[in-house]
Structures are given as structure tokens and as C-alpha cells.
Design a binder for this molecule. Structure first.
Ligand SMILES: Cc1cc2nc3c(=O)[nH]c(=O)nc-3n(C[C@H](O)[C@H](O)[C@H](O)COP(=O)(O)O)c2cc1C
Length: 320
């Protein structure tokens, strides 16, 4: 069986795969365009970008593909409203928001006719999102990479959220193969969001050093760090995270007040940017639990072809 399509509001992608937004500058126009062209939903991460930089990325992606392009912005970011509005003005198809809950974003997206998809970690927030007009919800479990909003596994959360709402539910966290996608759809998901697997592709804007760290990672390397955003984050262990574990926080060299409320333990933008540009010793390499099952750096097209055949094989096996 071929993978089913995924409809969110009035937008339909041929494949039920969302490439998760990954800040800072990991999922930019090249990755989002490749995913959208291959039939999935390509997502540009807006957190940590300037408003004109995000607008330019959306414009580049929009010009390069007719596929479905989304933008992901964390509610915790100070320029949240300006970033979302700029992406809408450039013709983005879908807005995704996590790390907090914004009521206002439902008004901005409704007025523009753009589907709004919040990331949720409980039935209560999923119901609230539906009430405000969410076109779908993404349920992200504790296995996921980046900031974490729950300590529950996606496998425990997903069935409860599917029961709690009528809109499509997208599962995220520890999904890297076509068999994983089949499992999530069998549990009631309408689609999946995959982050780490797409960070380790040719088109991802992560540095080669970042990608090499992914391919080499083992179980002992995957850790939880404290983030000044106020949420725990899943990342790869390195000298920087070892220093954090010792309570040795680096001084903040300059601050642009990028977050609405910052814990000021260290500068998260600086550390994420360092990793993205190649300093994986002193930077922060966000990664999901799934990173230990990632062993290569395919192109997006190769990855999607593989996911489709793995999905078919898993579906046949489950039916026999
Ligand atoms: C490097 C990296 C950066 C991320 N940045 C963001 C982000 O800016 N906003 C967000 O909502 N999620 C972010 N995430 C989470 C992903 O969008 C996705 O939900 C998650 O990676 C799914 O888990 P997986 O990595 O096991 O596939 C990030 C994940 C990674 C690995």
C-alpha cells in the first residue's frame, strides 16, 4: 500500500510527512523546498531569524516549488507576531507554533485563510487548540529533538489525543523509517513530523560537523539539557553540555532579547548558531532519541523513496 496523502485545512500534501521546523537555520528554504517537491510538507524554522531573513526564505521556497511549505515559529520568541505575519505575507501554506500557546495567532491565520497547526503535549491543550480553530495538531513526545513540552512518550500520548479531538493529529518523536510511519498511522495519526532524520540530509543547512555527529551518535550521547527558553531540550553530549552539567554556564556576550522571557543561563541562539555553522564543541547540537538509528546522509529524494518502500514492506508484513 502507498502512503496516504495528508490534508490540513484546504492544503493537501501527497505524503503524510511533515519535515519538522528546526532552528536556528537547520531547516531553511533548500530543505523545505526539497521535501515539498518530493510530496511532503517542507517547513522553514523562523525562530532565531530576523523578519526580513524569514520573509526571504519563504519567498525562495515559494518560487522553487508548488508543494506545501510551512513555517514554524516558537511562541516564546519575542518577534513571534512579526515573523508569523511576514511568512503569511509571503504566501506560506501552513503556520506551525510550539513552545507556548498563542490565542492571537489563530486570528492572524484565520484572517489570511492559512491553516494553523499548534504543537501540543496534552489532551487539554489539544482541545483548546481545536476550540480556537486549529486545522490539525502535532503531538510531540519526549523522544523528540529540541525543546520538549512533555515527559510522555508519543506512543502513550497519541491515542489519547486522537480520541480528544476531531482534527487530524500528527505524531512526532523518534520516527525515522517507513515502518515507524506505518506504526503511527495504525495508531490513529493522520501523518508524522520528522526532525532529526531530515537534519541529516544533504539539503539540511546544518554544518558537515553537525551532520557527522548525528551519524556517529550512540545511546550514551543523547542527553537532556536545560534551556533558557524554560523547557528541557534533547541534544547530543559534547564539551559544552558537559560544562552545563557541571553548572558551569558561559557568560552571555551580547543579548538581543530574542525571547519573551529568558532564563539567561546562557545564550541559546549563540549556542545553536555555533553548532549550525560547525562548532560542535562549544555549540548546542539538538537531536532526538532517533539519532542513534540514523547512519547516513541521503538526499531528501533518496530518503523519501526509502521511506515509501519501507512503508509498503511494513504494511504488507502487517497484513500477512
Ligand atoms: C536540530 C533541531 C532543531 C529543532 N528546532 C525546532 C524549532 O525551532 N521549533 C520546533 O517547534 N521544533 C523544533 N525541533 C523539533 C522538530 O521540529 C521535530 O518535532 C522533532 O525533531 C521530532 O523528533 P525527531 O527528531 O525524533 O524526529 C527541532 C528538532 C531538532 C532535531
Amino acid at each position: 500500500m502507498e502512503m496516504p496523502s495528508l490534508t490540513i485545512g484546504d492544503r493537501t500534501a501527497r505524503l503524510p510527512i511533515i519535515q519538522g521546523g528546526m532552528a536556528v537555520r537547520i531547516s531553511m528554504a533548500p530543505l523545505a523546498t526539497a521535501v515539498a517537491s518530493a510530496g511532503g510538507i517542507g517547513v522553514i524554522a523562523g525562530s532565531g531569524l530576523g523578519v526580513s531573513e524569514l520573509a526571504q526564505e519563504v519567498r525562495r521556497a515559494r518560487a522553487a516549488t508548488d508543494g506545501v511549505i510551512g513555517v514554524n515559529v516558537m511562541v516564546a520568541v519575542r518577534k513571534f507576531a512579526d515573523l508569523v505575519k511576514a511568512a503569511i505575507a509571503e504566501g506560506v501554506d501552513i503556520v506551525i507554533a510550539g513552545a507556548g500557546f498563542s490565542r492571537d495567532v489563530f486570528d492572524w491565520t484565520r484572517e489570511a485563510g492559512v491553516p494553523m497547526v499548534p504543537i501540543v503535549g496534552s489532551e487539554r491543550v489539544a482541545r483548546l487548540a481545536q476550540k480556537f480553530g486549529a486545522a490539525a495538531v502535532i503531538v510531540e513526545g519526549r523522544e523528540a529533538g529540541g525543546h520538549l513540552g512533555t515527559d510522555e512518550s508519543v506512543r502513550d500520548l497519541l491515542p489519547r489525543i486522537v480520541d480528544a479531538v476531531d482534527v487530524p493529529v500528527i505524531a512526532a518523536g523518534n520516527i525515522v523509517t517507513g515502518a515507524d510511519i506505518r506504526d503511527m498511522l495504525a495508531m490513529g495519526a493522520s501523518g508524522v513530523q520528522m526532525g532529526s532524520r531530515f537534519a541529516a540530509t544533504v539539503e539540511s543547512s546544518a554544518s558537515d560537523e553537525f551532520k557527522r555527529m548525528y551519524v556517529a551518535a550512540t545511546d550514551d550521547d543523547v542527553i537532556i539539557v536545560k534551556s533558557p527558553v524554560g523547557l528541557p531540550g534533547r541534544a547530543l553530549r559534547n564539551p559544552f553540555t558537559d560544562a552545563l552539567a557541571r553548572g558551569d554556564y558561559p557568560a552571555i556576550e551580547s543579548c538581543v532579547a530574542c525571547l519573551k522571557a529568558c532564563g539567561k543561563d546562557y545564550c541559546i541562539i549563540d549556542k545553536l548558531q555555533k553548532a549550525q555553522t560547525g562548532d560542535v564543541i562549544d555549540g548546542l547540537v539538538f537531536a532526538g532519541q532517533s539519532v542513534t538509528r540514523i547512519h547516513d546522509l541521503p538526499t531528501v529524494r533518496e530518503l523519501i523513496d526509502r521511506l515509501r518502500s519501507e512503508f509498503q514492506a511494513a504494511t504488507q508484513e502487517a497484513a500477512s
